[in-house]
Ligand binder design. Structure first.
Ligand SMILES: Cc1cc2nc3c(=O)[nH]c(=O)nc-3n(C[C@H](O)[C@H](O)[C@H](O)COP(=O)(O)OP(=O)(O)OC[C@H]3O[C@@H](n4cnc5c(N)ncnc54)[C@H](O)[C@@H]3O)c2cc1C
Length: 449
Protein backbone atom coordinates (compact mmCIF):
# COMPACT_ATOMS: atom_id res chain seq x y z
CA UNK A 1 0.00 0.00 0.00
CA UNK A 2 1.26 3.51 -0.73
CA UNK A 3 1.17 5.89 2.22
CA UNK A 4 1.94 9.60 2.34
CA UNK A 5 2.75 11.00 5.76
CA UNK A 6 2.46 14.79 5.87
CA UNK A 7 4.82 16.20 8.52
CA UNK A 8 8.31 15.01 9.42
CA UNK A 9 8.34 15.66 13.16
CA UNK A 10 8.58 12.84 15.71
CA UNK A 11 5.00 11.73 14.96
CA UNK A 12 5.45 11.61 11.20
CA UNK A 13 8.81 9.85 11.31
CA UNK A 14 7.51 7.30 13.80
CA UNK A 15 4.44 6.62 11.63
CA UNK A 16 6.78 6.10 8.69
CA UNK A 17 8.92 3.67 10.66
CA UNK A 18 5.95 1.66 11.92
CA UNK A 19 4.32 1.42 8.51
CA UNK A 20 7.51 0.70 6.54
CA UNK A 21 8.17 -2.10 9.02
CA UNK A 22 4.73 -3.46 8.10
CA UNK A 23 5.70 -3.58 4.43
CA UNK A 24 4.03 -0.34 3.31
CA UNK A 25 5.54 1.99 0.74
CA UNK A 26 5.87 5.24 2.71
CA UNK A 27 6.76 8.77 1.65
CA UNK A 28 7.12 11.63 4.16
CA UNK A 29 6.35 15.18 3.00
CA UNK A 30 8.04 17.75 5.24
CA UNK A 31 7.73 21.52 4.68
CA UNK A 32 11.00 22.42 6.37
CA UNK A 33 13.55 20.02 7.81
CA UNK A 34 12.83 16.90 9.82
CA UNK A 35 12.27 17.14 13.56
CA UNK A 36 9.45 19.69 13.87
CA UNK A 37 9.43 20.94 17.45
CA UNK A 38 12.66 19.05 18.13
CA UNK A 39 15.43 21.27 16.87
CA UNK A 40 18.89 22.40 17.90
CA UNK A 41 20.90 25.55 17.31
CA UNK A 42 24.58 26.36 17.38
CA UNK A 43 25.48 28.50 20.38
CA UNK A 44 29.09 29.20 19.49
CA UNK A 45 30.41 25.72 18.67
CA UNK A 46 28.01 24.15 21.11
CA UNK A 47 24.78 22.65 19.84
CA UNK A 48 21.80 22.90 22.18
CA UNK A 49 18.13 22.01 21.96
CA UNK A 50 15.94 25.03 21.27
CA UNK A 51 12.69 23.03 21.11
CA UNK A 52 11.83 19.97 23.18
CA UNK A 53 14.74 19.18 25.50
CA UNK A 54 13.37 16.07 27.21
CA UNK A 55 10.57 13.53 27.21
CA UNK A 56 8.15 12.70 29.98
CA UNK A 57 8.34 9.35 31.75
CA UNK A 58 5.00 9.93 33.50
CA UNK A 59 3.65 7.63 30.80
CA UNK A 60 5.75 4.90 29.19
CA UNK A 61 5.45 5.54 25.44
CA UNK A 62 8.38 7.91 24.83
CA UNK A 63 10.76 5.87 26.99
CA UNK A 64 9.79 2.76 25.04
CA UNK A 65 10.58 4.53 21.78
CA UNK A 66 14.02 5.60 23.03
CA UNK A 67 14.75 2.00 24.04
CA UNK A 68 13.54 0.65 20.68
CA UNK A 69 15.82 3.10 18.90
CA UNK A 70 18.73 1.76 20.96
CA UNK A 71 19.50 5.22 22.34
CA UNK A 72 21.00 5.90 25.73
CA UNK A 73 18.71 7.82 28.03
CA UNK A 74 19.77 10.13 30.82
CA UNK A 75 18.08 11.53 33.89
CA UNK A 76 18.59 15.16 34.75
CA UNK A 77 21.61 15.85 36.93
CA UNK A 78 19.24 17.77 39.17
CA UNK A 79 15.51 18.38 38.94
CA UNK A 80 14.79 20.90 41.63
CA UNK A 81 13.29 23.78 39.69
CA UNK A 82 12.01 26.76 41.64
CA UNK A 83 8.56 28.26 41.60
CA UNK A 84 8.92 32.02 41.42
CA UNK A 85 5.89 33.93 42.72
CA UNK A 86 5.63 37.60 43.67
CA UNK A 87 6.12 36.92 47.37
CA UNK A 88 8.14 33.71 47.44
CA UNK A 89 10.75 31.79 45.46
CA UNK A 90 11.20 28.21 46.57
CA UNK A 91 11.65 24.72 45.13
CA UNK A 92 8.53 23.17 43.63
CA UNK A 93 7.37 20.74 46.35
CA UNK A 94 9.33 17.51 45.94
CA UNK A 95 6.36 15.16 46.34
CA UNK A 96 4.02 16.76 43.82
CA UNK A 97 2.70 16.29 40.30
CA UNK A 98 2.21 19.49 38.31
CA UNK A 99 2.22 21.32 41.64
CA UNK A 100 -0.43 19.08 43.26
CA UNK A 101 1.06 17.92 46.58
CA UNK A 102 0.74 14.37 47.85
CA UNK A 103 1.13 15.77 51.37
CA UNK A 104 -0.31 19.26 51.79
CA UNK A 105 1.29 19.50 55.23
CA UNK A 106 4.84 18.93 53.92
CA UNK A 107 7.29 21.70 54.84
CA UNK A 108 8.04 22.55 51.21
CA UNK A 109 4.28 22.98 50.57
CA UNK A 110 3.80 25.21 53.60
CA UNK A 111 6.26 27.68 52.06
CA UNK A 112 3.51 28.48 49.55
CA UNK A 113 0.36 28.06 51.69
CA UNK A 114 -0.75 29.53 55.01
CA UNK A 115 -2.11 27.37 57.86
CA UNK A 116 -5.77 27.77 56.85
CA UNK A 117 -4.95 26.88 53.25
CA UNK A 118 -3.03 23.79 54.37
CA UNK A 119 -5.97 22.74 56.55
CA UNK A 120 -8.35 23.14 53.61
CA UNK A 121 -6.04 21.08 51.39
CA UNK A 122 -5.85 18.32 54.01
CA UNK A 123 -9.67 18.07 53.98
CA UNK A 124 -9.26 16.26 50.65
CA UNK A 125 -8.49 13.09 52.62
CA UNK A 126 -11.91 13.23 54.34
CA UNK A 127 -14.29 14.54 51.68
CA UNK A 128 -16.05 11.57 49.99
CA UNK A 129 -15.01 11.22 46.37
CA UNK A 130 -17.86 11.89 43.91
CA UNK A 131 -18.49 9.23 41.26
CA UNK A 132 -17.78 11.66 38.49
CA UNK A 133 -14.63 13.80 38.73
CA UNK A 134 -14.21 17.03 36.73
CA UNK A 135 -12.15 16.86 33.52
CA UNK A 136 -10.69 20.32 34.18
CA UNK A 137 -7.45 20.05 36.14
CA UNK A 138 -8.08 23.34 37.98
CA UNK A 139 -11.62 22.40 38.95
CA UNK A 140 -10.54 18.95 40.12
CA UNK A 141 -7.88 20.38 42.42
CA UNK A 142 -10.16 23.19 43.66
CA UNK A 143 -12.97 20.88 44.77
CA UNK A 144 -10.55 18.57 46.56
CA UNK A 145 -7.88 20.85 48.03
CA UNK A 146 -9.27 24.39 47.73
CA UNK A 147 -8.53 27.47 45.64
CA UNK A 148 -5.19 28.34 47.21
CA UNK A 149 -3.57 25.11 45.99
CA UNK A 150 -4.75 25.98 42.47
CA UNK A 151 -3.66 29.61 42.61
CA UNK A 152 -0.36 29.26 44.50
CA UNK A 153 0.91 25.93 43.17
CA UNK A 154 -0.91 24.24 40.32
CA UNK A 155 -1.71 27.23 38.13
CA UNK A 156 1.81 28.70 38.20
CA UNK A 157 3.30 25.28 37.38
CA UNK A 158 0.79 24.47 34.63
CA UNK A 159 1.09 27.94 33.08
CA UNK A 160 4.87 27.56 33.05
CA UNK A 161 4.88 24.06 31.57
CA UNK A 162 1.78 23.96 29.36
CA UNK A 163 1.32 27.72 28.86
CA UNK A 164 -2.35 27.62 29.86
CA UNK A 165 -4.43 27.94 33.05
CA UNK A 166 -5.15 24.78 35.03
CA UNK A 167 -8.89 25.45 34.64
CA UNK A 168 -8.59 25.28 30.87
CA UNK A 169 -6.78 21.98 30.46
CA UNK A 170 -7.88 18.35 30.42
CA UNK A 171 -6.52 16.51 33.45
CA UNK A 172 -6.27 13.21 31.55
CA UNK A 173 -4.03 14.80 28.93
CA UNK A 174 -1.54 16.34 31.34
CA UNK A 175 -1.66 13.88 34.25
CA UNK A 176 -2.78 10.62 32.67
CA UNK A 177 -3.94 8.11 35.24
CA UNK A 178 -4.66 10.63 38.01
CA UNK A 179 -8.44 10.36 37.98
CA UNK A 180 -8.24 6.56 37.84
CA UNK A 181 -5.78 6.55 40.77
CA UNK A 182 -8.13 8.82 42.75
CA UNK A 183 -11.00 6.42 42.18
CA UNK A 184 -8.83 3.57 43.47
CA UNK A 185 -7.43 5.40 46.48
CA UNK A 186 -10.24 7.77 47.49
CA UNK A 187 -8.51 11.19 47.43
CA UNK A 188 -6.48 13.55 45.30
CA UNK A 189 -3.44 13.43 47.60
CA UNK A 190 -3.34 9.64 47.57
CA UNK A 191 -3.89 9.60 43.80
CA UNK A 192 -0.84 11.84 43.40
CA UNK A 193 1.09 9.63 45.81
CA UNK A 194 0.24 6.59 43.67
CA UNK A 195 1.54 8.27 40.53
CA UNK A 196 4.74 9.31 42.29
CA UNK A 197 5.28 5.75 43.52
CA UNK A 198 4.74 4.40 40.01
CA UNK A 199 7.32 6.86 38.73
CA UNK A 200 9.91 6.41 41.44
CA UNK A 201 9.58 2.71 42.09
CA UNK A 202 8.51 3.10 45.71
CA UNK A 203 9.96 6.15 47.43
CA UNK A 204 7.00 8.32 46.50
CA UNK A 205 9.29 11.32 46.15
CA UNK A 206 9.06 13.08 42.84
CA UNK A 207 12.46 12.37 41.36
CA UNK A 208 12.49 13.46 37.80
CA UNK A 209 9.48 13.18 35.54
CA UNK A 210 11.64 13.59 32.45
CA UNK A 211 14.61 12.10 30.67
CA UNK A 212 16.62 13.02 27.63
CA UNK A 213 19.37 11.62 25.42
CA UNK A 214 23.00 12.71 25.63
CA UNK A 215 23.72 15.26 22.91
CA UNK A 216 20.12 16.42 22.88
CA UNK A 217 16.74 15.36 21.58
CA UNK A 218 17.73 15.80 17.94
CA UNK A 219 19.48 12.45 18.44
CA UNK A 220 16.00 10.90 18.47
CA UNK A 221 15.12 12.59 15.18
CA UNK A 222 18.39 11.45 13.59
CA UNK A 223 17.81 7.85 14.69
CA UNK A 224 14.19 7.85 13.50
CA UNK A 225 15.12 9.38 10.13
CA UNK A 226 17.78 6.75 9.64
CA UNK A 227 15.58 3.81 10.60
CA UNK A 228 12.25 4.85 9.20
CA UNK A 229 12.73 3.21 5.81
CA UNK A 230 10.70 5.88 4.00
CA UNK A 231 11.46 8.38 1.29
CA UNK A 232 11.64 11.77 3.07
CA UNK A 233 11.01 14.88 0.98
CA UNK A 234 12.13 17.90 2.99
CA UNK A 235 11.43 21.47 1.87
CA UNK A 236 8.15 20.28 0.39
CA UNK A 237 5.00 22.04 1.56
CA UNK A 238 1.69 20.15 1.41
CA UNK A 239 -0.98 22.51 0.10
CA UNK A 240 -4.05 20.28 0.03
CA UNK A 241 -5.21 16.73 0.71
CA UNK A 242 -8.20 15.64 -1.33
CA UNK A 243 -9.98 12.42 -2.20
CA UNK A 244 -9.09 10.94 -5.59
CA UNK A 245 -10.76 8.14 -7.52
CA UNK A 246 -8.28 5.55 -6.22
CA UNK A 247 -7.46 6.98 -2.79
CA UNK A 248 -6.03 10.38 -1.94
CA UNK A 249 -4.07 13.12 -3.69
CA UNK A 250 -1.60 15.22 -1.72
CA UNK A 251 -0.79 18.41 -3.61
CA UNK A 252 2.46 20.08 -2.66
CA UNK A 253 4.58 22.93 -3.98
CA UNK A 254 6.66 20.23 -5.71
CA UNK A 255 3.82 18.32 -7.40
CA UNK A 256 0.99 15.97 -6.50
CA UNK A 257 1.46 12.59 -4.84
CA UNK A 258 -1.12 9.82 -5.00
CA UNK A 259 -1.59 7.56 -1.99
CA UNK A 260 -3.98 4.91 -0.77
CA UNK A 261 -3.53 6.20 2.80
CA UNK A 262 -2.65 9.67 4.06
CA UNK A 263 -1.53 10.40 7.60
CA UNK A 264 -1.54 13.99 8.77
CA UNK A 265 1.23 14.35 11.37
CA UNK A 266 0.94 18.10 11.84
CA UNK A 267 -0.42 20.48 14.43
CA UNK A 268 -4.19 19.90 14.20
CA UNK A 269 -5.01 23.41 13.08
CA UNK A 270 -2.58 23.15 10.13
CA UNK A 271 -3.93 19.71 9.27
CA UNK A 272 -7.43 21.21 9.07
CA UNK A 273 -6.40 23.84 6.54
CA UNK A 274 -5.28 21.15 4.06
CA UNK A 275 -8.60 19.32 3.93
CA UNK A 276 -11.54 19.88 1.63
CA UNK A 277 -13.92 18.12 4.07
CA UNK A 278 -15.36 21.19 5.80
CA UNK A 279 -16.68 19.35 8.87
CA UNK A 280 -13.33 17.69 9.55
CA UNK A 281 -11.39 20.89 8.85
CA UNK A 282 -13.64 22.83 11.21
CA UNK A 283 -13.29 20.17 13.91
CA UNK A 284 -9.48 20.14 13.71
CA UNK A 285 -9.39 23.94 13.88
CA UNK A 286 -11.04 23.82 17.32
CA UNK A 287 -7.87 22.58 19.03
CA UNK A 288 -6.17 25.47 20.77
CA UNK A 289 -2.47 25.84 20.08
CA UNK A 290 -0.27 28.45 21.68
CA UNK A 291 2.62 30.50 20.29
CA UNK A 292 5.90 30.19 22.18
CA UNK A 293 9.34 31.73 21.67
CA UNK A 294 12.46 30.17 23.17
CA UNK A 295 15.50 32.35 23.75
CA UNK A 296 18.60 30.21 24.28
CA UNK A 297 21.63 31.93 25.77
CA UNK A 298 25.20 30.84 26.21
CA UNK A 299 26.64 33.03 28.93
CA UNK A 300 29.60 33.35 31.24
CA UNK A 301 28.69 33.92 34.89
CA UNK A 302 30.34 32.86 38.11
CA UNK A 303 27.06 33.44 39.96
CA UNK A 304 25.26 30.91 37.74
CA UNK A 305 27.93 28.33 38.57
CA UNK A 306 26.33 28.22 42.03
CA UNK A 307 23.10 27.14 40.28
CA UNK A 308 20.97 29.63 42.21
CA UNK A 309 17.63 28.28 40.98
CA UNK A 310 18.61 24.62 40.69
CA UNK A 311 17.63 23.16 37.33
CA UNK A 312 15.45 26.15 36.46
CA UNK A 313 12.35 28.10 37.37
CA UNK A 314 8.68 28.43 36.54
CA UNK A 315 7.82 32.08 36.86
CA UNK A 316 4.61 33.86 37.77
CA UNK A 317 5.84 37.32 38.69
CA UNK A 318 4.69 40.48 36.94
CA UNK A 319 8.16 42.03 36.55
CA UNK A 320 9.45 38.95 34.65
CA UNK A 321 8.24 38.37 31.09
CA UNK A 322 9.45 34.76 30.76
CA UNK A 323 7.12 31.98 31.84
CA UNK A 324 10.04 29.73 32.65
CA UNK A 325 13.73 29.18 32.36
CA UNK A 326 15.95 26.13 32.36
CA UNK A 327 19.58 26.30 33.34
CA UNK A 328 20.45 23.50 30.93
CA UNK A 329 24.05 23.36 32.14
CA UNK A 330 22.80 22.64 35.67
CA UNK A 331 20.15 20.18 34.50
CA UNK A 332 22.06 17.96 32.08
CA UNK A 333 25.49 16.45 32.79
CA UNK A 334 26.42 16.25 29.13
CA UNK A 335 25.96 20.01 28.70
CA UNK A 336 27.82 20.87 31.87
CA UNK A 337 30.70 18.58 30.92
CA UNK A 338 31.03 20.14 27.46
CA UNK A 339 31.26 23.77 28.60
CA UNK A 340 34.30 25.57 30.04
CA UNK A 341 34.20 26.61 33.68
CA UNK A 342 31.66 29.34 34.46
CA UNK A 343 29.99 29.02 31.06
CA UNK A 344 26.31 28.14 30.98
CA UNK A 345 23.43 27.47 28.64
CA UNK A 346 20.09 28.88 29.74
CA UNK A 347 16.76 28.66 27.90
CA UNK A 348 13.95 31.08 28.60
CA UNK A 349 10.48 30.61 27.17
CA UNK A 350 7.81 33.18 26.44
CA UNK A 351 4.08 33.02 25.76
CA UNK A 352 1.16 31.65 27.77
CA UNK A 353 -2.62 32.09 28.03
CA UNK A 354 -2.75 33.49 24.50
CA UNK A 355 -0.10 36.18 25.20
CA UNK A 356 1.84 37.33 22.13
CA UNK A 357 5.41 36.31 22.98
CA UNK A 358 6.86 38.93 20.61
CA UNK A 359 5.05 41.69 22.45
CA UNK A 360 6.57 40.44 25.70
CA UNK A 361 10.03 40.22 24.19
CA UNK A 362 9.94 43.72 22.65
CA UNK A 363 12.45 45.03 20.13
CA UNK A 364 15.46 43.28 21.68
CA UNK A 365 14.46 39.73 22.71
CA UNK A 366 17.95 38.79 23.87
CA UNK A 367 18.18 41.85 26.14
CA UNK A 368 14.75 41.00 27.58
CA UNK A 369 15.86 37.42 28.20
CA UNK A 370 19.04 38.54 29.95
CA UNK A 371 17.07 40.97 32.12
CA UNK A 372 14.71 38.14 33.09
CA UNK A 373 17.61 35.80 33.80
CA UNK A 374 19.17 38.35 36.12
CA UNK A 375 15.83 39.10 37.83
CA UNK A 376 15.07 35.43 38.52
CA UNK A 377 18.54 34.18 39.45
CA UNK A 378 20.13 37.31 40.90
CA UNK A 379 23.18 36.63 38.71
CA UNK A 380 24.28 40.18 37.93
CA UNK A 381 27.59 39.15 36.31
CA UNK A 382 26.05 37.60 33.17
CA UNK A 383 28.19 38.07 30.07
CA UNK A 384 26.55 37.06 26.77
CA UNK A 385 28.57 34.74 24.52
CA UNK A 386 25.96 33.53 22.01
CA UNK A 387 22.21 33.44 21.59
CA UNK A 388 19.41 31.99 19.49
CA UNK A 389 15.83 33.25 19.32
CA UNK A 390 13.58 30.41 18.15
CA UNK A 391 9.93 31.10 17.37
CA UNK A 392 7.47 28.25 17.83
CA UNK A 393 4.16 29.45 16.37
CA UNK A 394 1.06 27.34 17.09
CA UNK A 395 3.18 24.70 18.74
CA UNK A 396 1.92 23.92 22.25
CA UNK A 397 -1.41 22.13 22.35
CA UNK A 398 -3.91 23.03 25.05
CA UNK A 399 -6.42 20.19 25.14
CA UNK A 400 -9.53 21.58 26.78
CA UNK A 401 -11.60 19.75 29.42
CA UNK A 402 -13.97 18.75 26.59
CA UNK A 403 -11.15 16.90 24.85
CA UNK A 404 -12.59 13.40 25.28
CA UNK A 405 -15.75 14.43 23.43
CA UNK A 406 -13.63 16.17 20.79
CA UNK A 407 -11.69 12.95 20.20
CA UNK A 408 -14.87 10.90 19.91
CA UNK A 409 -16.20 13.30 17.29
CA UNK A 410 -12.86 13.19 15.45
CA UNK A 411 -13.05 9.39 15.28
CA UNK A 412 -16.59 9.64 13.84
CA UNK A 413 -15.51 12.16 11.22
CA UNK A 414 -12.50 10.07 10.23
CA UNK A 415 -14.74 7.04 9.72
CA UNK A 416 -16.33 9.01 6.91
CA UNK A 417 -12.88 9.54 5.34
CA UNK A 418 -11.43 6.03 4.91
CA UNK A 419 -7.70 6.09 4.31
CA UNK A 420 -7.15 9.32 6.25
CA UNK A 421 -5.58 9.43 9.73
CA UNK A 422 -4.54 12.26 12.02
CA UNK A 423 -1.78 11.92 14.62
CA UNK A 424 0.28 14.27 16.75
CA UNK A 425 0.31 15.78 20.19
CA UNK A 426 -2.96 17.10 21.51
CA UNK A 427 -4.76 14.00 20.22
CA UNK A 428 -3.63 11.31 22.66
CA UNK A 429 -1.73 13.48 25.12
CA UNK A 430 0.79 16.28 25.29
CA UNK A 431 4.44 16.46 24.32
CA UNK A 432 6.57 13.76 22.78
CA UNK A 433 4.99 11.02 24.88
CA UNK A 434 1.56 12.13 23.64
CA UNK A 435 2.79 12.21 20.05
CA UNK A 436 4.15 8.66 20.38
CA UNK A 437 0.89 7.54 22.00
CA UNK A 438 -1.12 8.99 19.13
CA UNK A 439 0.94 6.97 16.65
CA UNK A 440 0.44 3.81 18.74
CA UNK A 441 -3.34 4.45 18.68
CA UNK A 442 -3.20 4.93 14.92
CA UNK A 443 -1.25 1.69 14.41
CA UNK A 444 -3.74 -0.18 16.60
CA UNK A 445 -6.58 1.08 14.35
CA UNK A 446 -4.54 0.23 11.25
CA UNK A 447 -4.12 -3.35 12.36
CA UNK A 448 -7.86 -3.82 12.67
CA UNK A 449 -8.47 -2.65 9.08
C1 LIG B 1 9.54 25.12 22.76
C2 LIG B 1 8.99 23.74 22.93
C3 LIG B 1 9.47 22.95 23.95
C4 LIG B 1 8.97 21.69 24.12
N1 LIG B 1 9.48 20.92 25.11
C5 LIG B 1 9.07 19.66 25.24
C6 LIG B 1 9.70 18.81 26.17
O1 LIG B 1 10.67 19.18 26.84
N2 LIG B 1 9.19 17.54 26.29
C7 LIG B 1 8.17 17.08 25.50
O2 LIG B 1 7.76 15.93 25.64
N3 LIG B 1 7.60 17.86 24.58
C8 LIG B 1 8.03 19.13 24.43
N4 LIG B 1 7.48 19.92 23.46
C9 LIG B 1 6.44 19.36 22.61
C10 LIG B 1 7.03 18.38 21.59
O3 LIG B 1 8.17 18.91 21.01
C11 LIG B 1 5.99 18.09 20.54
O4 LIG B 1 4.83 17.61 21.17
C12 LIG B 1 6.44 17.05 19.52
O5 LIG B 1 7.78 17.24 19.10
C13 LIG B 1 5.49 17.15 18.35
O6 LIG B 1 5.88 16.28 17.33
P1 LIG B 1 4.97 16.13 16.04
O7 LIG B 1 5.74 15.39 15.04
O8 LIG B 1 3.65 15.58 16.40
O9 LIG B 1 4.66 17.62 15.56
P2 LIG B 1 5.70 18.78 15.04
O10 LIG B 1 6.95 18.61 15.78
O11 LIG B 1 4.92 20.00 15.11
O12 LIG B 1 5.96 18.34 13.55
C14 LIG B 1 5.09 18.69 12.51
C15 LIG B 1 5.91 18.82 11.25
O13 LIG B 1 5.00 19.12 10.19
C16 LIG B 1 5.63 20.02 9.31
N5 LIG B 1 4.61 20.72 8.54
C17 LIG B 1 3.76 21.69 8.98
N6 LIG B 1 2.97 22.08 7.97
C18 LIG B 1 3.32 21.35 6.88
C19 LIG B 1 2.86 21.29 5.54
N7 LIG B 1 1.86 22.07 5.10
N8 LIG B 1 3.44 20.43 4.70
C20 LIG B 1 4.45 19.60 5.12
N9 LIG B 1 4.92 19.62 6.38
C21 LIG B 1 4.36 20.48 7.25
C22 LIG B 1 6.42 20.94 10.24
O14 LIG B 1 7.47 21.60 9.54
C23 LIG B 1 6.93 19.96 11.29
O15 LIG B 1 8.20 19.46 10.97
C24 LIG B 1 7.97 21.19 23.25
C25 LIG B 1 7.50 21.98 22.21
C26 LIG B 1 8.02 23.24 22.04
C27 LIG B 1 7.52 24.08 20.90
Amino acid sequence: MTVVVVGGGISGLLCAWELSARGQDVRVIEADRVGGSVRSADLGNFVADVGAEAYSIVRPEAAMLIARLGLESVSPRRSDARLVLTDVTAPIPAASVLGIPSDPAAADVQVFLNAAEVARALADAHIPLPQSLPASLGELVRIRMGSAVVERLVDPVVRGVHAVRADDIDVDMVVPGLRAAMHRTGSLASGVQTLLEQRSGSSGVAGSAVRSVPGGMTGVVDALSEKCGAEILTGTVALSVARASDGWAVTTDHGTFAAEQVILALPCTTAGTLLEDAALADHLSQVRLGDVVVVALRVRSRALSHEPVGSGALVDRPDVKAKGLTQSSAKWDWIRAALPEDEHVVRLSYGRDGEDPWQLLGSDPVATAIADLVAVTGASDVELLASEVQPWPQSLSHPSPEHAQWRERLAQLLERAPGLQVVGPGISGNGIAGAVASVADMIARWETL
